[in-house]
Design a protein around this ligand. Structure first.
Ligand code: FPP
Ligand code: MG
Length: 402
């Protein structure tokens, strides 16, 4: 019994400000004490206050938050583990699978960073039976695994995407299909999915397996939706946003939700984590779509105007269509006639398409920040800091230029 009580008390004890002196009076006046079972207070008081300092070093909450810096060490570990996880017996497969995990070409690793920040933001929990059974180390292990799985799924989808798009560059270097051919690029993607599936099974959580499997379905559905549009759907903003959720936002939304589930949070908190990921993902993609018009090959690491060249009408075009009906004809023939890409570009730039896309991205970014603001109150400086970092990311996503 005593062990169970301690396990339940620990997450709350760890959240105490490091400056608190662990006397019963100080503990009872601390914000978390209001809903803390009273019988735990004397137990908490026995905890040496110096240990709090050790467990949770003082963090200067007034300094500017650097989201990546906050999890830099964990990200470095994650990079090393990912490189280990993609090792394969067959040399050709190994060199293909590790291509985008090598130092220097890992990309922004935006998704793992968000998940690690989400993990630290959501440590404050009245533990469920599942979470109570897990030690803090186990929880971290699960969260790190999920971040690795998410990154592997993401890279696998990019390998397949570059084959479908006949892309010759990715992340500023030659794409894998360009270097090793389509067959190996597709198989390397399959291999990463296999490793991700194995890793997912080790989490032993059916709900998480279900959600991440749904993500795979969404990625495929979104990709197919993109190139099977009929005339009516090609100019529909709802269709475009649904496709964008499937292709881009579902992975981060569901992964964020899985972080909350794996930490034993109730479904309301899991829904907020999902909302954060969904809105952040949509804002991210909307900005991606406008950068395709305003960026350069050097800034993007891939050719500009690639969406138009691939025949895809994204948000800037759909907004521009409201002011330039002549765009419809170009959309219908997927900008395939000579001069179509240039004409579409001119009409988009002469319209408020870019501005409206940015506004929509801003709306989603702001809804993502609202979701974080609605997380259950926390007395932990670290969790507060990570929440600020998640909020800061909503701003960075819409102000980024690459
Ligand atoms: C980038 O799209 C691609 C995606 C976000 C996902 C693509 C999904 C598939 C190819 C389905 C297969 C999925 C798996 C899991 C193997 P983009 O072409 O719009 O962006 P880009 O400019 O970065 O290429
Ligand atoms: Mg592509």
């Amino acid at each position: 019994m005593a062990a169970t009580v301690w396990r339940r008390a620990l997450p709350r004890i760890l959240s105490l400000s490091p400056t608190i002196t662990a006397t019963p009076a100080a503990i009872q006046s601390h914000p978390w004490a209001a809903d803390c079972p009273r019988k735990l207070l004397p137990l908490a008081a026995r905890w040496d206050s110096r240990r709090f300092v050790q467990l949770e070093p003082k963090i200067d909450v007034d300094n500017k938050v650097d989201p990546f810096g906050l999890v830099a060490e964990e990200m470095a570990q994650l990079g090393r583990r990912l490189r280990d996880m993609v090792a394969a017996e067959v040399p050709k497969l190994a060199s293909a699978a590790e291509y985008f995990f090598k130092l220097g070409v890992e990309g922004k690793r935006f998704r793992p960073m968000v998940l690690l920040l989400m993990s630290s933001s959501l440590t404050m929990v009245l533990p469920s039976a599942a979470a109570a059974a897990a030690t803090s180390d186990e929880k971290n292990w699960r969260h790190h695994k999920l971040a690795e799985i998410t990154e592997m799924i993401h890279v696998a989808s990019l390998l397949h995407d570059d084959v479908l798009d006949h892309a010759d560059t990715r992340r500023g270097i030659a794409s894998l299909n360009f270097i090793m051919g389509n067959k190996l690029a597709v198989l390397a993607g399959d291999f990463l999915l296999a490793r991700a599936a194995f890793s997912l099974s080790t989490l032993q959580n059916d709900e998480v397996v279900g959600l991440m499997s749904k993500v795979l379905e969404h990625l495929v559905a979104g990709e197919v939706m993109q190139w099977t549009v009929d005339a009516e759907k090609s100019s529909s903003m709802d269709y475009y946003l649904q496709k964008t959720f499937y292709k881009t936002a579902s992975l981060i939304a569901n992964s964020c939700k899985c972080i909350a589930i794996l930490a034993g949070h109730p479904k309301e908190v899991a829904a907020l984590a999902f909302d954060y990921g969904r809105h952040l993902g949509l804002a991210y993609q909307l900005v991606d779509d406008l950068l395709d018009f305003t960026g350069t090959k050097a800034s993007l690491g891939k050719p500009a105007l690639s969406d138009l060249r691939e025949g895809i009408a994204t948000a800037p075009v759909l907004y521009a269509l409201e002011e330039h009906p002549a765009l419809q004809e170009l959309i219908d023939r997927k900008f395939k006639d000579p001069g179509d890409v240039d004409s579409a570009l001119k009409m988009v730039l002469a319209s408020s398409g870019i501005r409206k896309t940015k506004e929509l991205a801003r709306e989603h970014a702001s809804k993502a920040a609202d979701a974080v603001a609605a997380f259950p109150p926390t007395a932990s400086d670290k969790a507060s800091l990570c929440r600020r970092a998640l909020t800061e990311l909503t701003e960075q996503v819409i102000t980024r230029s690459k």
